[in-house]
Design a protein around this ligand. Structure first.
Ligand SMILES: Nc1ncnc2c1ncn2[C@@H]1O[C@H](COP(=O)(O)OP(=O)(O)OP(=O)(O)O)[C@@H](O)[C@H]1O
Ligand SMILES: [Mg+2]
Length: 205
């Protein structure tokens, strides 16, 4: 049901013609990646998901910067690299443009993982900070043809985030601690950026 409404919105966007870049933002655990994947699959080979998460800085670089303990915060990404990739994707052209993906098992970015061919008509880029109005991130919004913000209640988000961390090997206590001390402050930071979306999509738990 919900998905059908999103697909309709997507079709209206695609009707504009040419390559469209859709941004999906929202707090941690709000189902950005899941929904982006579902939408792209519904479009077959015409759509590709390019995650903001692919621009996580490497752990060694975060150590050098003194930011290793807050990996995932807004200043732990290669924002300029992300912006440049969006510009290359906008340009189109005959070359395949490769985007990095984020591997959740190892929590590292993997370069050259996502091919975006010249025939791709829809790029769905998704992540926490797409709509932030802070230096660096503020340059992203204007590069999106349309921006959605996903809004899912804190309880459901937190439960899903804890479950995902446990699936990836955390103890229940460690997972809950991470969600409370890292994900939730990020969620509070992201919430006001919903104002910069074209539409806020309220999801049921
Ligand atoms: N409708 C749903 N019902 C239950 N669980 C869901 C649903 N949609 C997604 N999930 C699960 O919730 C977790 C978070 O979803 P997802 O990874 O898509 O969110 P996200 O917004 O991309 O999170 P992050 O900001 O951490 O990247 C995942 O483990 C996913 O499998
Ligand atoms: Mg995600």
């Amino acid at each position: 049901m919900e998905m059908n409404i999103l697909i309709e919105r997507l079709q209206a966007l695609m009707a504009k013609g040419g390559r469209q870049i859709l941004g999906i933002a929202g707090p941690p655990g709000s189902a950005k990646s899941t929904i982006a994947r579902g939408l792209a699959e519904s479009m077959g080979r015409a759509a590709v998901v390019v995650p903001m998460d692919g621009f996580h800085l490497a752990n060694d670089e975060l150590v050098r910067l003194g930011r290793r303990d807050r990996k995932g915060a807004p200043d732990t990404f290669d924002i300029a690299g992300y912006r440049a990739l969006l510009d290359r994707l906008r340009e189109g052209g005959p070359e395949v443009v490769y985007a990095p993906r984020f591997d959740r098992e190892t929590e590292t970015a993997v370069a050259g993982a996502i091919p975006v061919g010249p025939d791709v008509r829809l790029v769905i880029t998704e992540g926490n900070y797409l709509l932030l109005d802070t230096p660096g991130w503020a340059d992203i919004r204007s590069r999106l043809d349309e921006a959605w913000f996903l809004d899912l209640g804190a309880e459901a988000r937190q439960a899903r985030l804890v479950a995902r961390r446990v699936r990836h090997g955390d103890t229940a206590d460690a997972a809950a601690e991470w969600v409370r001390t890292v994900d939730e402050p990020n969620a509070r930071l992201i919430a006001p950026s919903a104002d910069r979306a074209d539409v806020v999509i309220r999801l049921d738990a």
